[in-house]
Design a protein around this ligand. Sequence first.
Ligand code: HH2
Length: 255
Amino acid sequence: MGVLNVTPDSFSDGGRFTDPEAAVARGLEMKLEGADVIDVGGESTRPGALPVGETEERRRVLEVVAALAPDVAVSVDTRSAAVAEAAVEAGASLINDVSASLWPVAAALGVGWVAMHMQGEPRTMQLDPRYDDVVSEVRSFLLARAEQAGAAGVREVWIDPGIGFGKSLEHNLALVRCLDHLVGTGVPVLVGASRKGFLGALLGGAPTDDRLEGSLAVAVWAATSGVGMVRVHDVAATVQALRLVGDTTTTPVRV
Ligand code: HH2
């Protein structure tokens, strides 16, 4: 899953793709690099981010979704039911939902749904995240949501531990280490660790654009743990790295 943020303020690619033409070109480029899905997002959910109004989010994403959808599978990264509905109408086939609440929309529209775990909300989630047992709490939450979605009739459900969403460095590392606990639920798992802050912290304060090696290491680790899809900025490099893993496991990992 290639990341395409059509926002002015995303933590990594913010401001680079606010021009729809540049966004569509980057989406098609990621397809050529080997991405299976392009994830179009119009609202940054980085720590401290404020919500974006629905009209503005629609303005940012719909044109880009409509332009890409004939050529490549598109997911819409949104917490808004109205934006999700409009994006599906424009051609998106997957709702990537960091609020893990939009399964009724996915069920009604007959599209896939990603349920991501987040503690709190973006503005305040990194202030003091706390868990008794982060791995089992995240696992139980996601499994319950996947069961609700399945019962509602959603036919393609993914679960995602939400790296960096209301999690300390230790929480992120525990979740990455124990991805097999999520895989063991039998629900397909998606992981988004690309260029995230915990890699910067581990890599001695490396800036966002200098976290490629860490991002690749997590993608390869995720694939060997049985994760089915990784959400990344650096598609070409990730596809190359995962080709090796794909040759040594039976299930190819999607990007
Ligand atoms: N992370 C981000 C956004 N959406 N969706 C899923 N399923 N999993 C993730 O880990 C995830 C996500 C945050 O990264 P990014 O989109 O690059 O930045 P921003 O939120 O600043 O736009």
